[in-house]
Design a protein around this ligand. Structure first.
Ligand SMILES: [Zn+2]
Length: 441
């Protein structure tokens, strides 16, 4: 998902250049592959080494799931991914990648050197979870289904990435372009994509990106829903509820704002949504509240709609402070509005080479590809920069993600890493067999 330190200027610019994203497309949509993509996949899938890699991934299923459980047992709350990152760094080293290191932001990456260096492909799975410190991560297993917060999102993605790296080594496949494999920080919530933002800031030579996230092995995410998040804090004088009655209240001011926000209307298409996610404030039942704050999430598949909604929201939160002051003839209520999340929306044509390649790779493992509607993932960042990117899932079936009742069914889960393995070979090229489909930027 997305990150927090962006600026309004950039947003206005994006609004001007971004088109409205299409709605979810039907699974049986007509889709045609270019002769180049078709030929590439005919050549790749005929290779014994590729067959060997695919067989290995399937045979390695239990090993991958075991690693997934180990990774998930290490807590990785937002902004506190360090322990999991240190562990993942060791796993990347053990997988045989070179230049394995942690960057300043906390991402851990290693390189699989290609025979021709470019194009450079980044493949990453996010290490952070939405779960705060102290969440019980104990795993239970019922009828083969694994239950634990984070077991799918994104311990599965992290384990799949390692399985794919192992498959390259076992099969002896040399890519043409360099491939950077990373566990990245800051995808969820207020992490605000800080991990991928740093990766694309510090590695200007990345030509394309695959994020490993989600579990639906036939889905292809290629459009990015934008989101803005705000922390709004009302402050006032505070005082005894009886003795100081007549002073304005921070909570009452915020209540006024929430009531109005709740009545706002947004278009169904392009999908535009909002919620006040958390509220806090006040000190006791018999105190006029001196402080109240809320976190607000707004999203849209269209940057234009997002900005239009944001303008209404900002107007409401300011007016609510003024109204509370007017009610009590005061000027003591103030409002502090902080942008804490800014994930840019981004789009690319549904027939972009990276989308076609993902489609061909999905077909090649025997699944029916499905172009998904826009969503918010690590791909928002590269897509907003015009860099080809897709989010491909890691297999199996997740339920209840982002809740403590999260579960993951491992049935046929190897199809996830198998497809990612094939997509990487297509994009980065295979020495002596196929040229990279991903263009060098
Ligand atoms: Zn995720």
């Amino acid at each position: 998902m997305v990150n927090p330190k962006a600026c309004i200027v950039a947003l206005s610019f994006l609004a001007a250049i971004l088109a409205v994203a299409p709605a979810v497309q039907a699974a049986d949509q007509a889709y045609s592959l270019s002769p180049k993509v078709k030929d590439t996949y005919s050549a790749i899938t005929a290779q014994p080494a590729v067959k060997k890699g695919l067989d290995f991934i399937k045979a390695d299923h239990n090993g991958t799931v075991a690693e997934q459980k180990q990774i998930n047992s290490i807590p990785s709350p937002p902004f506190k991914e360090q322990k999991r990152a240190a562990d993942y760094l060791k796993r990347l080293s053990a997988s045989g990648l070179t230049n394995v290191a942690m960057d300043k932001e906390g991402n851990v990456c290693g390189t699989m050197q290609g025979t021709g260096k470019r194009p450079k492909l980044l493949v990453a799975a996010h290490m952070d979870t939405v779960f705060p410190e102290g969440t019980n991560l104990a795993l239970t297993e019922k009828n083969g289904v694994l239950h634990a917060p984070g077991i799918a999102d994104n311990a599965r993605g992290l384990a799949s990435l390692l399985g794919v790296v192992r498959a390259f080594r076992i099969a002896g496949i040399k890519p043409v372009g360099d491939i950077m494999f990373c566990g990245n920080v800051g995808e969820e919530g207020l992490g605000d994509l800080r991990g991928v933002k740093a990766l694309f800031r510090d590695n200007k030579d990345i030509d394309g990106f695959i994020a490993i996230d989600g579990t639906e092995a036939e889905g292809i995410v290629y459009l990015a829903t934008g989101s803005h998040r705000y922390e709004v804090t009302y402050k006032g004088p505070g005082g005894h509820s009886f003795q100081r009655f007549g002073l304005p209240s921070a909570i009452h001011a915020m209540g006024r704002a929430i009531a109005r926000i709740a009545d706002l209307e947004t278009p169904k298409k392009p999908k535009t949504t909002f919620t006040v996610g958390t509220v806090k404030g006040g000190t006791s039942v018999n105190s006029i509240a001196a402080e109240a704050s809320m976190l607000m999430d707004m999203r849209s598949d269209s940057e234009t709609e997002l900005l239009a909604f944001e303008a209404k929201f900002l107007d409401i939160v300011k007016k609510a402070a003024a109204e509370e002051n007017t009610r009590w003839g005061s000027d003591k209520i103030t409002v502090d509005i902080k942008l804490v999340g800014n994930r840019p929306a981004g789009t690319q044509p549904s027939d972009a080479v990276i989308v076609q390649t993902s489609w061909a790779a999905t077909n090649a493992v025997g699944l029916s590809p499905k172009l998904k509607g826009a969503s918010s993932t690590d791909t928002n960042q590269p897509l907003s920069l015009g860099i080809p990117a897709v989010t491909l899932a890691s297999g199996g079936t997740e339920q209840g993600n982002h809740s403590v009742s999260e579960s993951w069914d491992p049935a046929n889960a190897w199809l996830g890493p198998q497809r990612i393995f094939l997509a990487i070979i297509g994009l980065a090229g295979m020495d002596g067999v196929s040229a990279p489909l991903l263009p060098k930027r």
